[in-house]
Design a protein around this ligand. Structure first.
Ligand SMILES: Nc1nc2c(ncn2[C@@H]2O[C@H](COP(=O)(O)OP(=O)(O)O)[C@@H](O)[C@H]2O)c(=O)[nH]1
Ligand SMILES: [Mg+2]
Length: 440
């Protein structure tokens, strides 16, 4: 176990390899110079976003039972991804009009403007289904030279993954086969024992009839014999698990393999699941993620999700194993109150981990990268006394980014607390607390 936990963190470099160009609608790889996707019939309707030719595409497909938190996760992850991209010197925007409109109407406004929850995602067959088209974001960064980058998300209605008439819908879900990552959410509130312990303090959302095991099996059916995209199995709504640390279970009698004292588990201050993930301008914490994987695996066992894990440990079809790892995420950070989010606001926890896991594999957004400056510029930077920027390269002059591109400097200044000059900073000044600002 120790061996794979002591790996060096990946470092990002401008030399990171070019990524394949994929069709944003089907997630299949396509010729880099094609001006229309060869996989869609209605080429007028399904046009490729501007600048698609030769671009790199990273695709995510959401999966999970009804009400497992997929749509709220997308609503929050888009905001977080924007912050990550900007903190790492890139620029972020919706790649087409559909994405801009749908994200704003169906995700952003209901959650961030009206502070409410989202209505259930309609099944793909209904006229108002919006998730049949992907959300596409341009995340281009000068650190990935010579190629524009797009990140694509596809939401899904939990209903479409249920058992009833699944065979009829299966072909519409083919994009799962080609996704760079399937993000499968497992709702702890679907576990009767957890619902029971939190009764009165956390509202139980409506759960799907089939349960997560059947839903996962249907996703694996879509993957068939050959396709093995990586799967992030996420324990969603992790704030509800954190609530368990407040539920006194001393009076309960513990015996048998599945009788867990959840208060003790959730109060374990040494656990990775107690801490938030690495800062946006820091390298992705791969060691932390490996520890988290082990912790959440055993937590899922204790949550009676053994069958779910077993399904992933043996191929449903074919012989090749599934590649999966476990995460813990909370989009809201606190249980909602009725049909509104908690009065304390939205405080996501570890939501970016599964996304950064994929990005870091390609050396992307792993902390700002600064290009080497001519020596004379270093001198100028020193003379200017520009603001310090934490560097991932030892010995690098801290003000370098400010002189070189300004992009990283400006982005950090806009997104985070203002950077100060060490020469003028007074030791007595108290540190200001940082709050999330959900800029558009
Ligand atoms: N406590 C808590 N509840 C959540 C969270 N995310 C979603 N929920 C609850 O789960 C419900 C369903 O969420 P939604 O994203 O619409 O689920 P979907 O059907 O999988 O898309 C919401 O209405 C909330 O009540 C979270 O991070 N924490
Ligand atoms: Mg939904």
């Amino acid at each position: 176990m120790i061996d794979h936990l002591t790996q060096e963190p990946e470092t990002q470099g401008p030399e990171s390899a070019l990524l394949p160009t994929k069709c944003p609608f089907t997630f299949k790889e396509m010729p880099a110079d094609a001006v229309v996707s060869p996989y869609v019939e209605d080429r007028e309707e399904y046009q490729l976003p501007e600048g698609w030719q030769g671009s790199g595409t990273i695709t995510f497909a959401m999966a999970g039972d009804r009400s497992s938190g997929k749509s709220l996760y997308i609503a929050v992850i888009v905001k977080l991804l924007r912050k990550l991209v900007i903190a790492n010197g890139g620029s972020f925007r919706s790649a087409d009009e559909h994405t801009r409109r749908i994200y704003e109407d169906k995700y952003e406004n209901p959650l961030f403007a009206q502070m409410g929850l989202l209505p259930p995602t309609p099944p793909a067959s209904s006229a108002d289904a919006h998730q049949t088209r992907p959300l596409i974001f341009d995340v281009s960064t000068p650190a990935h030279q010579g190629q524009r980058l797009f990140v694509v998300f596809r939401d899904v209605a939990g209903e479409d993954l249920q058992e009833e008439n699944f065979a009829q819908r299966q072909s519409e879900l083919d994009f799962f086969k080609y996704a760079d990552r399937i993000i499968f959410l497992f709702d702890p509130m679907a576990v009767p024992r957890i619902r029971q312990l939190l009764e009165g303090s956390v509202e139980s959302p409506e759960v799907g009839e089939d349960g997560p095991t059947i839903v996962l099996r249907n996703v694996l059916r879509v993957l068939g014999e050959e396709h093995r995209p990586k799967i992030s199995l996420c324990l969603s709504k992790f704030d509800t698990m954190q609530r368990l640390s407040e539920v006194n279970q001393q009076h309960l009698h513990y015996s048998g393999p599945n009788m867990v004292n959840w208060q003790r588990v959730m109060r374990n201050f040494g656990a990775t699941f107690r801490r938030d993930s690495a800062a946006l301008d820091q390298p992705f914490d791969r060691t932390g993620i490996q520890l988290l994987d082990l912790e959440i695996r055993s937590m899922l066992e204790c949550l009676d999700a053994t069958q779910l894990l077993n399904q992933l440990n043996q191929p449903l079809l074919g012989v090749q194993n599934y590649d999966f790892s476990c995460f813990a995420v909370s989009a809201l950070g606190a249980p909602p109150e009725g049909d509104r989010i908690a009065r304390t606001g939205i405080a996501p926890f570890r939501c970016l981990d599964p996304i950064r896991d994929v990005l870091a594999e390609h050396g992307l957004f792993n902390g700002p990268v600064y290009q080497e400056l001519p020596k004379v510029m270093w001198g100028n930077a020193a003379a200017l006394g520009t603001a310090p920027v934490t560097s991932q390269f030892p010995g690098q002059f801290p003000g370098q980014a400010a002189v070189m591109g300004g992009g990283i400097e400006q982005a950090l200044a806009a997104e985070q607390a203002p950077l100060s000059n060490p020469a003028t900073e007074t030791a007595a000044e108290p540190k200001k607390r940082r709050f999330w600002r959900w800029g558009r």
